[in-house]
Design a protein around this ligand. Structure first.
Ligand code: COA
Length: 258
């Protein structure tokens, strides 16, 4: 069904692998279209509770938007391309099912932007992050100027954006861009282990946390008011009754997402 993605679901975790290793998994139009299709599948499949996004091969997560598609674009076409990328990544950021980026090598340009749109990031020791667009006479267009500042602060973000420098995994960890750094062979195991823990919690409460945390960067929404509403909504769920009952009965809760 997909030509540039691999999808595999095990134990309620859907792993989406961007599969163009000969082009370092660069994001072309097909990859973006297929990512949207995969996000539809994730959203509608009750058997999926969380997602890992990673890249095929040992070298790259995603080495950027596909530069070969830039040639000959006019301003309007370039803006439409950026809009398409931003809309796709906003879907990831706003997914009510947790999405983790498992960064297995270069995460440059659109690859760094894709990783940053995920709810958090786990990196292998050989990961490299950067926004090298200024090398091409360009700047990020898939949300990189916004999310990099959100995640690592303006000073560090602007240095990366305007110098085109890349940072290694240890520096990304120190900056707070990634949550863990592990050996390359452990990357998917670690990502699955973290998500297994998350998948044992109440899905509707998790969705509320994601929605509320995302409003911090949304000037139009009062995050505190939204938190009150989402907190109240939890009390209408079977999962909240189950969670409280399980605690009082000293047993493990069994959450159904209801
Ligand atoms: N778009 C299109 N193709 C890309 C690409 C991108 N962003 N990044 C890598 N590729 C392709 C290369 O053109 C090459 O294809 P070819 O074998 O058909 O010539 C293949 O992937 C392998 O890349 P190569 O450059 O040979 O690997 P390397 O190990 O020498 O260098 C990088 C790796 C990541 C440093 C280098 O590929 C690079 O700088 N890529 C572009 C990064 C970038 O600027 N991203 C932001 C884009 S807006």
């Amino acid at each position: 069904m997909y030509t540039s993605l691999l999808l595999q679901t095990d134990n309620k975790i859907c792993t989406i692998t961007i599969n163009r290793p000969d082009k370092l998994n660069a994001l072309n139009k097909t990859v973006l279209d297929e990512l949207n299709g995969a996000l539809d599948e994730v959203q509608h499949d009750p058997g999926i509770r969380s997602v890992i996004i990673t890249g095929a091969g040992p070298k790259a997560f995603v080495a950027g938007a596909d530069i070969s598609e830039f040639k000959g674009l006019n301003k309007e076409q370039a803006m439409a391309m950026a809009k398409r990328g931003q809309d796709t990544f906003a879907r990831i950021e706003n997914s009510t099912k947790p999405v983790v980026a498992a960064v297995n090598g270069f995460a440059l340009g659109g690859g760094c932007e894709l990783a940053m749109s995920c709810h958090f990031r786990i990196a292998s020791e050989n990961a490299k992050f950067g926004q090298p667009e200024v090398n091409l006479g360009l700047m990020p267009g898939y949300g990189g100027t916004q999310r990099l500042v959100q995640l690592i602060g303006k000073g560090r973000a602007l240095e990366l954006l305007i110098s085109a420098n890349t940072i290694d995994a240890a520096t990304a960890l120190q900056y707070g861009l990634v949550n863990y750094v592990v050996a390359p062979g452990e990357l998917l195991n670690k990502s699955r282990a973290v998500l297994d823990g998350i998948n044992s919690k109440a899905p509707l409460a998790i969705a509320g946390c994601i929605k509320a945390a995302n409003t911090v960067f949304d000037e139009k929404t009062d995050g505190y008011a939204l938190e009150i509403r989402e907190f109240g909504n939890c009390f209408d769920t079977e999962d909240m009754k189950e969670g409280v009952a399980a605690f009082l009965e000293k047993r493990k809760a069994n959450f159904k997402g209801e």
